[in-house]
Design a protein around this ligand. Sequence first.
Ligand code: NAD
Length: 383
Amino acid sequence: MIVAVPRETYPGETRVALTPDSVGPLTKAGAEVVVEAGAGVAALAADSEFEAKGARIESDRAKMLGEADAVLYVRGPGSNPEFPDSDLDAMKQGAAIIAFLDPLDDVAKMQQIAARGISLLSMELMPRITRAQSMDALSSMASVAGYKAVLMAANAAPKMFPMMMTAAGTLKPAKVFVLGAGVAGLQAIATAKRLGAVVEGYDIRTAVKEQIESLGAKFVEIKVDVETTKGEGGYAAAQSKEYYARQQELLGEHLSGMEIIITTAAVPGRKAPILITEKMCEGLRPGTIVVDLAAERGGNCALTKPGERVDYNGVVILGPLNIAAQTPLHASQMYSKNITTFLLHLIKDGQLTLDPEDEITAGTLVAMGGSITHPMVKEKLGE
Ligand code: NAD
């Protein structure tokens, strides 16, 4: 079977789906790896390095796609609004795209691609089970984003993070609050701690208390006296309007004492909840930096403008997009490891074998054999 790795086409995307170290394991499993010329350059993976590991470099993109059984992208159709239709035209029937597909955002698009006889496997839908942990690219990218968010905040802040005892006096450490302590939030907490800040974390899932404390941060208890909807699979669920209103009220009181706020709260398949309203921003001290990691899904702060910096009465709100692309070397290395482990799981006797009975395949498979297969996508299509 042939595994193709095209150059990413999303503006500003620096990652590549496969790095040279992953070529060996795939070749050993019976696959031939073909990489589009220059695909890894922005991630510091030169064509010569791919070749040295046994990959073939191809400069004719359409030719490469035409012979591929599996095509690996970081941003596939769905997560890349600039995705070229010519890629789909070039692919043969029965070929599979494995990528971040954002399949629930534009289900009609998924259906159109399915109708071409192309199989779709979504990295976002990877089941959160122990067996699939090394295939979990969302977690990998969230780790990068959590780390980077703290560096962005530190750069934008009017003060330094650590406490410093100097001849010119003692400087107080920065007070950092991390809202949402999932993968990105925990990494943000760890990074802010390493920089010497005083860190607090909060999440709707109280199960993270221990994880926050094990990083040396304080878990903030905000008891929202409205019924909570419990999520599944380690995720949070969307809450009622009353819940969010009460949560905002209680959070507002706490946030006014903070200097750095990193927000990461997300609910799978939905717009991010607004947890910091404009009124709450009015209560923040001038000089406070908010880094809204949920900007890609609309943001946790009402004033966030995705991709922009907002100055509001001395409060700075950053809404960075595609943060992982700012760390292309490690982000690509992690993504490559995740996608390769997944692909090796799908290869049987040297052939790509999609078994809908397998939990990992079924969890990620959006389309096969001309139709949509995933229940969440079907539901959104009204099927
Ligand atoms: P996510 O990106 O969907 O959400 C980020 C965080 O926001 C979550 O911790 C969520 O609880 C929180 N949140 C949502 N609404 C909120 C609100 N109103 N107020 C406060 N916080 C809110 O989640 P994620 O980081 O991808 O993962 C969440 C959890 O899933 C992890 O912490 C972990 O326990 C679990 N997980 C399991 C595996 C595995 O078993 N293989 C892999 C990765 C993650």
